[in-house]
Design a protein around this ligand. Sequence first.
Ligand SMILES: Cc1ncc(COP(=O)(O)O)c(C=O)c1O
Length: 449
Amino acid sequence: MSDATIPTESAGAAPTGAESGPTGAESGPTSAESAPTSAESWAAEPRPPRSALSDEATTLDAADRLRAKRDAFTLDDVIYLDGNSLGALPRAVPHRLAEVVAREWGELRIRSWEESGWWTAPERIGDRVGRLVGAAPGQVVVGDSTSVNVFKAVVAAVRIAQARGAHRDQILVDETTFPTDGYIAESAARMTGCTLRPVAAGDVPTAVGARTAAALVNHVDYRTGRLHDLPGTTAAVHAAGGLVVWDLCHSAGALPVGLDDHGVDLAVGCTYKYLNGGPGAPAYLYVARAHQPRFDSPLPGWNSHADPFGMASAYTPADGSARGRVGTPDILSMLALEAALEVWDDVTIEDVRAKSLALTDFFLRCVEDYVPTGRVQSLTPAAHAERGSQVALRCADAGEVMAELTRRGVVGDFRRPDVLRFGFTSLYTGFAEVERAARVLADVLAKEG
Ligand SMILES: Cc1ncc(COP(=O)(O)O)c(C=O)c1O
């Protein structure tokens, strides 16, 4: 890779101390073993002729252990690089949904809450999600949106920290967070008598202190695709006596997270991106087993009651992950998600991560080779230890470029004002598609510029 050809954003992409080390959640090689990161290392390699990259794509596709998984999805000739926003439709879903509607709702009606396992679906499906993010059973519950789960998690984290006795009145939030997390953390701070302190995600380990109640951090930045140091940050927040809440929207289903291994307190995430649960699919909440008895939900709905059908006027929280529930679960979306998760049954997240890094490396090389010099700037870190499963390219006319790409059958997305985002989904993205996407992108950039 030539940093000279695809310059990386200097402020945003420079590794900080906390972010540059191996993350522990990583299974892939570190930057030292991966693509060259300096102009010097690039200069030592002959630039391959164009056809060499398409030949290489053929070889990579032939060796791809996950290649057959593509058949588990409904796809067409469009090169779909937006699975980091909305995952593709798994083939198992329409049939399962039809069955749920016709048989479980249509015929069994109210009996399905028991007989079709509707009532316990949030915990049952939570355990399936848990397997993908490194959580042992009984700690993840599915339901509500990520936004709502951020609220539950942050308020509960602050309450746990404050109940420990010490005076803690600060919430740290990743300053480039997806906006909903920031808005909700601000409201949670007001509710709990805290102030909200935005800091760069990489600076959380040094910003955390005796007054920190909780830190809310994104595992992967939604805009740049930067992977943050989950083990190191979690350890630093713990050393200061606080709790950490991770937003896993852009990492679950894309890379190993290791929630239990790294002692994470609470985590939230959505299921409509790399988990392919469908538009508006329910989100999830992880509460580490050790915290469950003290998890004091700010939304103690009847579904999280120890005896929901006792209809008592006083609230007694349920044990376990059910304490994170609120109201009646959205069963149709939830069971669509359950069917979507079947594609993971014979897949390891380590294989997904290895392919994801190979896809993003290959895309960056193709862009570098095909795109006119200086036309785009990569916001995505070159180092594997700092990269999620997307590539973000900055260019001034990104809106027009993405519109034209979409017209030509290459779908990524545009984030204002100037970012092209391309998501790489190991379960269904192939290397030949990646090479073709880069070729179309180069053509569009040459014409639009
Ligand atoms: C990182 C991140 N956090 C939170 C959200 C918000 O999720 P929801 O709209 O499901 O509440 C998103 C949505 O894309 C996201 O990417």
